[in-house]
Write a protein that binds this ligand. Structure first.
Ligand SMILES: NC(=O)c1ccc[n+]([C@@H]2O[C@H](COP(=O)([O-])OP(=O)(O)OC[C@H]3O[C@@H](n4cnc5c(N)ncnc54)[C@H](O)[C@@H]3O)[C@@H](O)[C@H]2O)c1
Length: 380
């Protein structure tokens, strides 16, 4: 087995949060070293793994062996895959099973999977014995570049997504790029939308690099894949370090999300539209709306859409399979987004590629007219 010290490609991104600071480790081959990576940083806790059936099928034996080698493995809990798992119904038995594993205050929950497992297991860790530490081992691209970092944990309810939860920072994030090789291609593309988001919101040079290099990322070329993930995590870590609980700047990470969440709700959070696909349409719309308002020079929206189209991501409401929402439905669904304050919608818009801004008090009439054009397919 290759020890981690021999893995030349491993990258470390610190998340600067004072007493709650932690590292994100990125690179191939990390899973096999998870035990020693955890033990070196967090002592010798008992580890309860939480994962889903898909991830378990491909990768659980490797993680269990790695934890057993360092005598850290307390047990593994394998849940059904899918957004429905992020629920009170699953949280209750999960919490009890973690207690049955004998996890105590100094021990660790290991969230091993995509964003669903990360959010649910992180929330379970936040409430178990009033808070135990947890480690994120993200296995989807979306989780590696976004959900595993920043400490937002939670579950969905019939009232909406992520409305119940807690800020609970992980103690370590281990992003093994090799695990992405078993991820379905559609999931990889959906996660890529969040990678592109970091370029679009604050790093024009990164977006240009992605336009040139996205094929290498999808071909799992180590240097390109690691660079895409590392640049994304650095951007997120910087923002979270400055604004952990989203009092301001962290809202920029929601570029495309108010529109996107409305599309996800419209599709019933089903496979009809994955989160990243909804966000891709949302970001393309945010740029078109920014141009309509004269905030952004013409051309940026076309460039965003062209890149997403090249990658195979949707960019228009008409790209959603099946029927599409009307203007009133869109307004109602967007108003349920938790980024609403006192009835006013706050949108993340852009002055250009790499230059997103928080726009509060967006005029409702202008939004309705714009959406009507988008839905009719007559938008720019
Ligand atoms: N906490 C945050 O800051 C934050 C940020 C963004 C998104 N999220 C949440 O993340 C969730 C979406 O995450 P996701 O896209 O990772 O979804 P997911 O966890 O459902 O994973 C997507 C699918 O890929 C499978 N999978 C994951 N890794 C795999 C692998 N290596 N090989 C084979 N299959 C694999 C899963 O079983 C699942 O079927 C949503 O619930 C969203 O709300 C949270």
């Amino acid at each position: 087995m290759t020890r981690v010290s021999e893995i030349a490609a491993v990258r470390t991104v610190p998340v600067p949060l004072g007493s709650r600071a932690y590292d994100v480790l990125i690179g191939p081959g990390l899973l096999a070293n998870a035990g020693s990576l955890i033990a070196a940083r967090l002592g010798a806790p008992k580890c309860g793994i939480v994962t889903d059936e898909n991830v378990a099928r491909f990768h659980l034996p490797a993680l269990e062996a790695a934890l057993q080698r360092d005598k850290l493995h307390a047990g593994s809990i394998v849940l059904k895959p899918g957004e429905a798992t992020k629920s009170f119904r699953e949280l209750a038995p999960l919490s009890e099973r973690l207690l049955e594993l004998g996890l105590e205050r100094g021990d660790l929950v290991v969230a091993f999977g995509g964003g669903v497992i990360g959010d649910l297991a992180g929330f379970a860790a936040a409430i178990l014995r009033r808070g135990v530490r947890f480690v994120q081992i993200p296995t989807s691209l979306l989780a590696q570049v976004d959900s595993s970092v920043g400490g937002k944990t939670g579950i969905d309810t019939p009232q909406g997504k992520n409305l119940i939860g807690a800020f609970h920072q992980p103690s370590l994030v281990i992003a093994d790029t090799d695990t992405l090789r078993t991820l379905p291609e559609r999931e990889m593309r959906a996660g890529y939308a969040e990678v592109a988001k970091y370029g679009l919101l604050g790093d024009a040079a990164f977006f240009s690099w992605l336009e040139q290099s996205w094929r290498s990322v999808f071909a799992f070329e180590e240097v390109a894949l690691t660079r895409a993930i590392e640049t994304s995590i650095k951007a997120k870590a910087g923002i979270v370090g400055r604004d952990e609980t989203e009092q301001g700047e962290r809202a920029l990470l929601n570029l495309g999300h108010t529109f996107g969440h409305a599309f996800e709700a419209w599709c019933g959070y089903s496979d009809r539209l994955l989160h990243g696909e909804a966000i891709a349409i949302g970001m393309a719309i945010a740029f078109r709306f920014s141009e309509t308002l004269g905030l952004c020079a013409p051309g940026a929206a076309r460039r965003v859409a062209s890149h997403f189209e090249a990658v195979g991501l949707p960019t228009r409401i008409a790209d959603i399979p099946g029927d599409t929402p009307d203007v009133e439905t869109m307004m109602r669904l967007m108003a349920q987004d938790k980024k609403v304050r006192r009835g006013k919608l706050t949108f993340i818009l852009a002055r250009g590629i790499g230059d997103a801004i928080i726009a509060s008090e967006v005029p409702e009439a202008g939004m309705r007219a714009f959406l009507a054009g988008e839905i009719a397919g007559t938008g720019r």
